[in-house]
Each structure stands twice: as C-alpha cells, then as structure tokens.
Ligand binder design. Structure first.
Ligand code: ZN
Length: 316
C-alpha cells in the first residue's frame, strides 16, 4: 500500500507518494501562487496527484491514506484551516474541498507539525516518545510530538516557539510582540547580524566573500567565512548560538523531550552549529544533573519531512 503526502508551502506545492518504508517513491511540484486562493490550489493538487498515479502506475485503491500540511492554524478534527498568515484561508474547509476534487479523504495538519511527525517516524526522532522539531528559516517554526501524537493545542496553533519572547522590549515582531525568539535566532536574524558585522569589519573574510556588497551575505556566507577561520564570522555565529540556546533551553526546560532536532537551511551547517549549541544548552538545562537528558541533533529529512509526515497523518 501507498500514501499520498502534500506539503503546501508559500512558494511550492509538493506532492509525493510514500511507501510503507517511509520512502518517497515519486514526487512532483508546482508553484503555489498563493494569491489564487484555495480553490485553484486544490485543483492543482488534484492534477499533481493524477500525474503521479499515472507515472507510477499506482492505482487509487492502492492508496491507503492521504494528508496535507498547511501553514496556519488547523482544526485537525474537521480538516478546516482556521486562519493562515501566508494564505487567504479563513475557516477554509480544506478536507471537504480536497475530497470533492481529488476523491481522497485527507488528513489536514499544520505544516510544521506534519514535518515534525515526518522526522519523528522516519528521521531524527525515530525511536523517541517525545520529540520536538524546530525549523530555522525565515522565522522559527516547531512541531511537538508527545507519545506519538502531534500536540496541536486548543486551537491548532500550538508550538509557535518562534513567537516566545527572549528579549523583553526587544526587536518588534510581525506578530505584535517585541523581542520574539525568531527575531534573534532565525536564518533572517543570522543574515542581518552578519551584514552588520561585515559592514563594521571591512577587513574580514565575511566582507571579502560578498565582494563588498553586504546585501549578498546570507547564512551560508557566515559558515563559508568560518571555514576560512574568519574572526568576525566566528563572533557572529557565537552571538547567534547564544540567542538560539536561550530559546532551545526554554523548550528543553518546559518539555524535556527525548530528542530535539534542528531543521531548516541553517541545520545544513551540521556540527559547527550543533556542537556549540549543545554545549550552551547543557550549561543552562535545568535537568543537567539528571542521567537522562534531551538529545539535541540536526534533522535529517530536509524538505522530505513535510511530505512523509503528511502522508502518515493517519497514525497520529
Ligand atoms: Zn513574534
């Protein structure tokens, strides 16, 4: 048997067919063009599924489950997207629309939660009971799995760890608060810290690597400069990890999950990010004297996590 997983992102709609070993055996995608609204997006999802079934020769009755991850607050029982920052969704009956258009009964979940579930069953969280995936991108998203079930909160908007304050009266955030975690420890925050540092240190590798155009600096530029032993880039990363550790330790102290995985583009940096982060959290972890501690590691499934997790939403 096979499952269908859909990862609805702000930029791309990705659809995959997943086998019983959690492998994506075929996938395709198209541009979301999110201003179009739900109806046109659902139509495209149906076309992508049709195309995949045709290409793989898999029949409709060989599909045992289907699921979709959507950015926003989701009433998972009803399959309704209550609201979304990125889409024109308001009380959108996505489950019903998908059933009418594709013929499949879809499970609907928040996208960060679906990705967390994917990592939990098939990636960095495999074998754990309680698991958190923290995704560092433009913002900071997260998904929490407790005893094998996604924790959604009362309204489907739980795990917005990026919008917990770590600096009182700090940098204003799009959510209305000031000093949110994601203003200091997202990929965007790393980029702006690096740009400021390069501007102040024109002798640094960081500055040289962008050819003097600081707007060209992004997260990966920091890691490239560190490989060349650049002091400025090293200081930027230290500062970034300091902030990241505050937010990570808050989660560890609140939940003490078995595993907390870091995903998103920044996690590709690997040990150079994860090892110093672990050391800092270890100092601040309330349970540092306990024998069992939260294991912090990099996520492993990258963009596949969203599709795999969505495909297996029937298990949560
Ligand atoms: Zn915020």
């Amino acid at each position: 048997m096979y499952r269908i997983g859909v990862d609805l992102g702000g930029t791309n709609i990705a659809v995959g067919i997943v086998d019983e070993k959690y492998k994506i055996i075929a996938q395709n995608s198209t541009k979301t063009k999110r201003e179009r609204g739900a109806k046109a997006i659902v139509k495209d999802i149906a076309l992508l599924i049709e195309d995949l079934l045709r290409k793989t020769g898999i029949k409709v009755d060989e599909i045992c489950s289907a699921g979709i991850g959507v950015p926003g607050a989701v009433d998972t029982k009803k399959g309704v997207v209550t609201f979304s920052n990125n889409f024109d969704f308001k009380s959108t009956e996505l489950k019903k629309m998908l059933k009418d258009t594709t013929g499949f009964d879809f499970f609907v979940a928040n996208d960060a939660n679906a990705a967390a579930f994917g990592e939990y069953i098939a990636g960095s969280g495999k074998g754990s009971d309680n698991f958190v995936l923290m995704t560092i991108g433009t913002g900071i998203g997260a998904g929490i799995v407790i005893n094998g079930k996604i924790y959604t909160g009362v309204n489907g908007a739980a795990a917005e760890i990026g919008h917990t304050v770590i600096v009182k009266d700090g940098i204003p955030c799009s959510c209305g608060r000031k000093g949110c975690f994601e203003r200091y420890a997202s990929a965007s925050a790393l980029t702006s810290m690096a740009q400021n540092a390069a501007e102040e240190n024109t002798n640094s590798e960081l500055y040289k690597l962008c050819g003097g155009d600081i707007k060209k600096i992004e997260g990966r530029t920091v890691f490239a400069a560190i490989e060349k032993n650049d002091k400025t880039a090293g200081e930027v990363l230290d500062k970034f990890i300091e902030y990241l550790a505050v937010g990570v330790t808050n989660i560890v102290n609140a939940l003490q999950p078995d595993v907390l995985a870091i995903g998103g583009g920044v996690s590709a940096a690997g040990d150079v990010l994860i090892n110093p982060l672990k050391q800092r959290v270890q100092i601040e972890d309330y349970a540092r004297f306990c024998e069992l501690k939260t294991i912090i590691k990099a996520a492993v499934l990258s963009n596949d996590a969203g599709i795999i997790g969505a495909a297996y939403l029937d298990l949560t």
